[in-house]
Design a protein. Structure first.
Length: 84
């Protein structure tokens, strides 16, 4: 059980770090993502069934991968257009 707890906490820290990279310079999304992560982790903190925890860890890993590889932040350029 201690190793699952360690894995969940590590996943939380990884998600907090990856959101900073994914939403760099977007203070609104940084704050919203931080709040949503806290809400989701607090909602599931009473889960004790190892198989359910394993499913939640799988979800953590999927979200981390999505934030790393599937989020593109467009920036407003000098001409008034958005681009990467």
């Amino acid at each position: 059980m201690a190793s699952l707890r360690r894995e969940v906490l590590g996943g939380y820290r990884r998600l907090m770090r990856v959101r900073v990279v994914a939403f760099e310079d977007d203070t609104t999304m940084l704050e919203a993502s931080k709040q949503q992560l806290r809400i989701e982790f607090n909602k599931n903190k009473a889960v004790t069934d190892p198989s359910k925890i394993a499913g939640l860890i799988k979800g953590i890993n999927e979200v981390e991968e999505m934030l790393k590889y599937n989020i593109a932040q467009a920036r407003l350029n000098d001409r008034g257009n958005y681009g990467n």
